[in-house]
Design a protein around this ligand. Structure first.
Ligand code: GDP
Length: 448
């Protein structure tokens, strides 16, 4: 590892120069000067509990297209779409609702979203996935706006939602807090223009800028193989301008941009910052969340692709409790992120509180998400995106979550005694964790 190499090299009188193992990261990025930067539209994700109206809201916005000025409505699914408000302000929506997709992308290092709309059905309540969505937005450090949906229904009670949010420490603006909120109906369209105005307002505060003058960079949203057309890649340009004919490297794949269309099916010659487009021309299907880069010429893109392929190694960047003490000792570790899942609310809270108290001068312990229930794939994704360790108290991971954790190198520690969890954390932070209790799955059975 890095520190040991450094120490050994020094012993022998040599210096060490570290380069990134990820070819993508080693690609030189063109520097922007302040004068090159222009305002770009915000990129928005809709998150919230199942059935609270995420899809309905996205559908409503897509269908109404917001201004009538644009000829030919949105006709194609390209993973995201761009809309314009009456005053000319634009914004881009990611068309896959929910925090799973959002966090899966973040786990690959892509932060595409600038802000989130968290939708809560006002005839229901703040639910587990509402809380999850909030945790995910907070851990990504993006602002969010609360949309209280289904306000057309008589049973709706937005004040109850405001109260429940306040209990989570989220004060909405109407009640003197900082979080913007809006009562809407994704069915009738009530409040949606106001909601979008609030998105623009929030975006103005973020002061989002990008340089449109350089070679394009951006993120893959999704890709697929089309029988007639070959690989279709949907992406969002984050900076620069993408043009037909540009040699592209996206994840493990490369090619020349052969054709480019927008969500209305119009053929485009170029696309600027925050624009969602669908392109043809890559020699494979990159993963959602992969970065793409444009090179001077095709040769360069191919060379990079070759390097990428040869470099089959994956560097382990996730933390484990065993490794903690060592990393703290060499001073490279400042924050320990934890996700705590428990069987009942009381013990989850108690465990979270006690673990938070283990913070020392050197290391800050953060609980980025705590909830009751089984350890899910979503928890593992969140852990992967925020370099966290998962603590399970009297709960276990689901089969798929366990597999995902193995693949992503996420540590899941399971305890059934609070005292033991705290003791181990203490030892780990002091670098003394020695006893190795390993749980091995020797078989699984299904209860019928
Ligand atoms: P998702 O799971 O969050 O994507 O939720 P959906 O958009 O699929 O909505 C779940 C259900 O709630 C559907 O039956 C919708 O028709 C309904 N629904 C969504 N928004 C509203 C609304 O504003 N008012 C009413 N009355 N029903 C809604």
């Amino acid at each position: 590892d890095k520190e040991t190499i450094g120490i050994i090299a020094e012993e022998f009188g040599y210096g060490v120069d570290f380069v990134s193992a990820e070819v993508q990261e080693a690609i030189e990025v063109e520097e922007d000067s302040d004068t090159d930067l222009v305002t770009r539209p915000p990129i928005v994700t809709v998150m919230g509990h199942v059935d609270h109206g995420k899809t309905s809201l996205l559908d409503y916005i897509r269908k109404t297209n917001v201004t009538d000025g644009e000829a030919g409505g949105i006709t194609q699914h390209i993973g995201s779409y761009s809309v314009e408000l009456d005053q000319g302000a634009r914004m881009t929506f990611i068309d896959t609702p929910g925090h799973e997709a959002f966090t899966a992308m973040r786990a690959r290092g892509a932060q595409v979203t600038d802000l989130a709309i968290i939708i809560v059905a006002a005839d229901d309540a703040v639910m587990p996935q509402t809380k999850e969505a909030i945790s995910h937005a907070q851990s990504a450090e993006i602002p969010f706006i609360i949309a209280m949906n289904k306000c057309d229904r008589e049973e709706s009670n937005p004040d109850k939602i405001r109260t429940e949010l306040a209990e989570l420490g989220i004060q909405v603006e109407e009640w003197g807090g900082k979080t913007q909120s809006q009562e809407i109906s994704a069915k009738t369209g009530l409040g949606i223009p106001e909601l979008l105005e609030k998105v623009i307002l929030e975006a103005e505060m973020l002061d989002l800028k990008a340089n449109p003058e350089k070679r394009a960079v951006g993120t893959i949203i999704e890709s697929s193989l089309d029988k007639g057309r070959g690989y279709v890649t949907n992406l969002i340009v984050s900076a620069g301008t993408l043009r037909v004919g540009d040699p592209m490297l996206a994840g493990q794949h490369s090619g020349k941009v052969r054709a480019m269309t927008n969500e209305r099916g119009d053929a485009l010659q170029e696309a600027g910052p925050s624009m969602p487009v669908s392109i043809l021309g890559l020699d494979g299907a990159p993963n959602a969340g992969d970065d793409f880069h444009i090179f001077e010429n095709e040769k360069e893109a191919q060379k990079r692709q070759q390097l990428q392929r040869e470099q089959g190694i994956r560097t382990q960047k996730q933390v484990t409790l065993e490794e903690l003490g060592r990393r703290i000792a060499v001073g490279e570790f400042k924050e320990l992120n934890l996700i705590i899942k428990g069987d009942v609310d009381g013990s989850t809270e108690a465990l979270a509180d006690s673990l938070l108290k283990q913070s020392t001068e050197k290391v800050q312990v953060n609980v980025i998400h705590k909830a009751v229930g089984q350890i899910s794939e979503s928890d593992v994704l969140l852990a992967s995106a925020s370099e966290a360790i998962i603590i399970g108290f009297q709960v276990r991971p689901s089969g798929t979550a366990r597999k995902l954790a193995e693949r992503e190198g996420i540590q899941i520690r399971m305890y059934s005694i609070i005292y033991q969890a705290i003791e181990e954390m203490k030892e780990a932070m002091e670098g003394l964790l020695s006893a190795k209790i390993e749980e091995r799955v020797v078989g699984t059975a299904e209860i019928r």
